[in-house]
Design a protein. Sequence first.
Length: 106
Amino acid sequence: MLNYKGYQGKVIFDDEAKIFHGEIINTRDVITFQGKSVDEIEIAFRESIDDYLEFCKERGEQPEKPFSGKFVLRMSPNLHQKIFVRASKAGKSLNKWVVEKLESVT
């Protein structure tokens, strides 16, 4: 995994075209890059992010940031009450209880 300025890139090798293709995976905007060697793909990765940030700046738009750590979840009121009660019994906030449950399955 490539990392730069908080963005993460995933790379695959196309053995038919003999080229590396990559994309940024922790944003909803589409940011891609490619290269013929490891050095080229690393440079293209950083340049793509810098180009994206500059493009957003020129347009006066906020760039799509890597995930903030906030996650809105919709559920039935009945389920909401059940997990709130379980969190309370465990002496934890609802947020802390849910995060611990999610961490236990990842």
